[in-house]
Write a protein that binds this ligand. Structure first.
Ligand code: UD1
Length: 367
């Protein structure tokens, strides 16, 4: 059996790493098993890509399509063309895609039309927000996949309600949490907060990169005014996505943020550095998808700067509050956490470090 594992952008690498490990282990008893790691090159900066391979003990990709940035259509189209040529040459039996980025959808469509079987890891998540490119990527990918691996039963239900056969859906847990549990100790030992002269438990971690927050100057400016007030009470660490930096500079917000005393801005961090910081944060402020889930596993409260989440399980267990992007609401939510008691939340079922093994067992048994 020949399997392709596809990764393209930063949030894919920590989902692919445990799958590579589980496949390597399975290969020791199964000499018919062959797998290759394909990187589309959607993310290509050292800090958005290569560092993750080092941090996650991921082998270098067997194939790098080196697609790079572009508009959605350009990026998707270029990935599809390059991936199709690769499929013609290699003819894999299975293509495994993860998450919801453009590479996920582009490779799923191409593989299905080519005639390979396709599996989607992290299937069934729905924000019901069709202005998000990721929602389009999720729905298109799920509808055509032969196997759908979900992180929780809400996601499985979403798929069933969309008419997908139950025997294609497998609730396996969360591969991203496999990575987190594996690397947590190393991340704690790094004590990244010391390097920034911060005290464990007394700073917040911020990430911001969604077009809905950073592409509109009024919205971005509103968030920045909330952050200005928050950092006076709680030091904030802000690893900045390249597009966010570009937008902040063009809206003249960059120098303003740089001038605040308790606001620690830096380029994108590696996986272990970021995990180190989030592990000991007082709270996480984010518009990312994955961080909402990592907050649950780390026992850290999360404030999501969006109007919806495709990960409602994080809200259901009490770890996450979805607050939108109005400055007063953001400030009030932070104050609520800072003045309240520390919450303890239950871990979702099967977020236990063994999701990748469950997936590989199902794949090798033909679904
Ligand atoms: C992508 C995903 C998003 C995910 C995010 C995490 C899609 C539709 N979006 O968004 O779901 O949350 O990754 O990071 O797939 N850039 C660089 N260096 C890089 C990559 C990108 O400078 O290595 C800059 C370029 O200006 C590029 C822009 O970031 O045009 C956007 O990159 P792109 O891959 O299109 O989407 P992201 O915003 O990174």
């Amino acid at each position: 059996m020949k399997i392709f594992l596809v990764a393209g952008a930063r949030p894919n690498f920590m989902k692919i790493a445990p799958l590579v490990e589980a496949l390597k282990e399975a290969k020791t008893n199964n000499h018919e098993l062959h797998f290759k790691l394909v990187h589309t090159g959607q993310h290509y900066d050292e800090q958005m890509s290569k560092t993750f391979f080092d941090d996650l003990d991921l082998p270098r990709p067997d194939i790098d399509l080196k697609i790079g940035s572009g508009t959605h259509a350009e990026q998707t189209g270029k990935i599809m063309m390059a991936f199709e040529a690769l499929l013609e040459k290699e003819k894999p039996d299975w293509v495994v895609v993860v998450g919801d980025v453009n590479s996920t959808m582009a490779c799923a469509i191409t593989a299905k039309k080519f005639g390979s079987k396709v599996a989607h890891v992290e299937a069934g998540l729905r924000s019901r927000d069709w202005t998000m490119p990721e929602e389009i990527n999720r729905c298109v990918t799920d509808v055509l996949c032969d196997l759908l691996f979900t992180t929780d039963l809400m996601a499985s239900d979403n798929l069933k309600k969309e008419g997908i056969d139950s025997d294609r859906i497998h609730f396996v847990g969360n591969v991203m949490i496999d990575s987190l549990l594996k690397h947590r100790e190393k991340a704690l030992k790094l004590r990244q907060w010391d390097r920034l002269h911060l005290k464990a438990g007394s700073y917040g971690v911020l990430t911001l990169h969604r077009p809905s927050n950073v592409d509109d100057p009024n919205i971005f400016q509103g968030i920045v005014s909330a952050l200005e007030e928050i950092q006076q009470k709680l030091p904030l660490v802000f690893p900045v996505h390249p597009r966010t930096e570009k937008m902040a500079r063009s809206f003249n917000l960059w120098e303003r943020m740089k001038s605040w005393p308790n606001f620690h801005m830096m380029g994108p961090l590696g996986y272990i550095e970021m995990l180190s910081l989030t592990s000991r944060a007082a709270l996480i402020l984010t518009d990312s998808g994955g961080l909402q889930e990592e907050a649950v596993a780390l026992g850290v409260q999360c404030i999501t700067l969006r109007h919806n989440t495709e990960r409602p399980i994080t809200v259901a267990v009490g770890a996450n509050k979805v607050v939108g992007n109005k400055p007063n609401v953001i400030i009030d939510s932070v104050n609520e956490i800072l003045t309240g008691n520390k919450k303890v939340f239950n871990q979702p079922d099967k977020w236990d470090g063994a999701a990748a093994k469950r997936i590989v067992d199902i794949l090798l048994n033909g679904g």
